[in-house]
Design a protein around this ligand. Sequence first.
Ligand SMILES: [Zn+2]
Length: 604
Amino acid sequence: MTVRLTWDNTHFFADINDPRIEETAQHLKSEIAELRSICQPYAELIKATDALPEANYGDQIDNIKQIHQRRMAVVEALRNVSTFIYSRLSVDAQDTAASTWQGKLQQLGSALDQAMKPLQVFLIRVGDDFVQALVADPVMAEVAFSLRCDRKLKNQLLSVPEEQLISGLSVNGLHSWGNLYSKLAGTLQCQINGEKMGLAKASSLLSSAEPTDRKAAWQGIQGAWGEHQETVAAILNAINGWRLEETQQRAHTQKLHYLDKSCLQSRIDRDTLDALMETTYQYRSVGQRALNAMAAASGLEKMGPWDILAPAPAGAEEQAFTFEEAINLVADAFSEFDPEMGKFALMMAEKGWIDGEPTPNRSTGAYCTKFTKPREPRVFMTFTGTMNNVTTLAHELGHAWHNWVMRDMPLMVTSYPMTLAETASIFAETLVRNALLKRAETPAQKLAVRWQDVESAAAFLVNIPARYEFEKRLVEARKEGTVVPAQLRQMMGESWQKWYEDSLLEYDELFWATKLHFSISSLSFYNYPYLFGYLFSLGIYAQRDTYGEKFEALYRGILRDTGSMTAEEVVMQNLDQDIRQPEFWQASLDIVEKAVTEFEALVK
Ligand SMILES: [Zn+2]
């Protein structure tokens, strides 16, 4: 078979005008209305959860089981059609029919959440006895873990109408602020070297080989966002104000910290997050050394904030790849670790499950998603033949492999948090980077591969933590009142100074406006999971020699556990290590330090 670079989703829906999309949406709408009415009685039952007689458990369990199965069928169908529409929009952002569908499907998703609310709240409030009886049922066993997570929220619940009100209002309240940011980003015009251009094109210039182009692009982006700084400040105030208010409302029984929700979503303990951040802070000089070595390799005195995404300098020799070469290289690197993983990568390309053809109107960025029925992963990226493309391909195929090894499991236990998602992707990247390094013959070629290593080190060990630092300061300041642009600039400057110290020419004080991540309405503290995934996957990779031949099965086991355990449990169970202790993170950080030291030697 031959490999292909455009995806084929026609066995799901023929095209955007396929009448089955409308049929599916209508069916989902009526199913969600049904679910709403059969879940409603739980709003009453909640009031007397203590009085639920044990004799009635059986009936209730049967009823809940039926609701659960119906809900999962809705989730499956909704996910399938949403993936189809999203895939369509990724290759053509101007497809208006697809964009209309996307809005409608998002509404269906929100309606489903609201419909399930009474039962969800009931299952959080009801006694342990009932839950134990419920998850003892073979069908319901699959909800055990998610119930255990949800039930940690027991003391933070509001009444059902209040919960419904929050999720209803957040569509046009909270999330509109996030949408406003995306709208602005889509219309922004940057003035660069006398030319006007959109943000996507301007951002791509940040990785230009020409230092003056990078600086001009950075200044153009700063100028464009600078004009909207009051608006972005309003967005940040609104989003963080909403979250703080909601947290305060939920803190009726116990004290809540603003990081609690994020830790719960990441399925990690606060102790783990603290150990991760504190240990990384002790190693910040490794990230700073990476930057200094990158500057030295580029003939610069110091890196500027506009150089953070710079490509390997002219002295380094970048290899170029056709897609066929790239996929074969990735598949070979995967195979050396686990032959099934290599076969899988090839299959993705042969079946048309990867879209990378550089077409007009496509989205920027790369991602992995999946159809749910049948369970098929999809990878989106733009492939132009650079070495960066090869690593991106490996990254996304790592996510796809994660989905693939879980394909026989119930959908309910296949959703994993971002912290654990990034483990699979970065692990795959590491496999491919090592293969690239082996292939590199001259020091100049080695430098080009190692460049990616040090760029990652600088991004993960200082840039991401600086974002975390800023967000903490922002939330603290927002508690006291509205925050103005001058304060945001100052807080960002201080956050960069804490992590970068003197390793940059200047700090990026407008980063709160230019970086989308702070304006994502659905997630707070969006960034640290990437640092977690990076160090976590290096830590797991480092165990390869210890476990020898057993390791590939162990790795699959780790991936399969990511939807039904906390991160602490996954590691304790499979590797007998405690990620709440700094030692786990130190071992990974030592690996990064070694790579930086090797790069420093290459530069000399
Ligand atoms: Zn990823």
